[in-house]
Design a binder for this molecule. Sequence first.
Ligand code: AMP
Ligand code: MG
Length: 405
Amino acid sequence: MRSVEEHLGAALSLVGPGPVETVDVVDCLGRVLGRDVVAAIDLPPWDNSAMDGYAVLVADLLTGPAPDGLVRAVCTDIAAGDGREVRVPPGQVARIMTGAPMPAGADAVIPVEWTDGGVQVVDLGRVPEPGANVRRRGEDVRSGQRVLAAGSRIGPAQVGLAAAVGLGQVAVHRRPRVAVLSTGSELVPPGTPLGRGQIFDSNGPQLAAAVTAAGAEVVRTAHVPDEADAVMRLLDECAEDADLVLTSGGVSAGAYDVVKEALLARGGVEFCQVAMQPGKPQGLGSLGTVPVVTLPGNPVSVFVSFEVFVRPMIRTMLGATQVQRPWVEAVVGSPLRSPAGRRQFVRGKLGSDGPRRTVTVIGGPGSHLLGSLSQSDALISVPADEEHCSAGDVVTVIDLTENGR
Ligand code: AMP
Ligand code: MG
């Protein structure tokens, strides 16, 4: 049997970062940058007011006429978007709004709250420090500066920055196009009547959702009965317009395990047993040049094997540097038994006990137990050489709510 690490290594060796394409900045959320983003402008692009108030020359206020204190004539209003070149004459001030360009002849902004709010004449209230409430050109970002690095993941803040420096489009790695094939003569699509001996195809929708959640694009979902010719025909069709083909079912040692049968006859895909539970029977290889992963049929095996092997492949294709979700430590609430020599992935629910992170075991080890899977948000990873954990032990957990960078 192969270890989980060996199989993951083999899976990752089949893929690399996808080609770089340019996409509109509004559509690049979750993508990974294919090239550095270099600012072509300063941010802010020019000195501007951080407050609604009055633009003043501080030195001028200190030498102003004594009887009037800080009462000054307002020479003009400057609103955000005002493109005029304004100069404030000595002894006067300008009423200015947040984000409006600082006029010449002023070096600070007095917030309107300090003043009587006058429109033609204003009592300014207090003298500010020079530079107060002025946002300086380039204090955030300098023109020519690398503001986002190739390989970094784009979140909302990065979208905002790219837009702020004026980029309508950014260069990102293409989203892998993934085809999902469910195999099994017992399967019917959800939403249709269920006959005797039939079950609904849940792996197809589950895998499609997992592919989408990982940031890739589902280009095709299909279902095929356990007939080797039909399976091979569909696999070939899937490989035509996909960067990655995923199948579920038909890879164990049973008589009608036709995915294995068909692909062993064709070649290019290796079938093996991985020392894990669930998810022991696995297949990995290529259809022509397109990587293919054949997952076992049980829904929890599909979930766990996708998480452990396929998601890191997709993340690699997306160009991500951190391809795994963060693994965290938590105190387990109840004892656990795990099979000797196999890494067990146990469904769990994360919580906290004061500052300590806790994890509660959810459901049993059966790999058909979708009900309890849907109640869990974590996978406890029990190493192959550990056969039991006691309540209160610290265990390693994959937090399924954390997407990673
Ligand atoms: P197999 O690996 O094909 O022998 O399938 C193992 C178990 O998973 C069987 O109980 C199948 O009925 C079930 N199974 C296979 N494919 C699916 C699917 N697409 N949706 C739900 N259950 C499935
Ligand atoms: Mg089957």
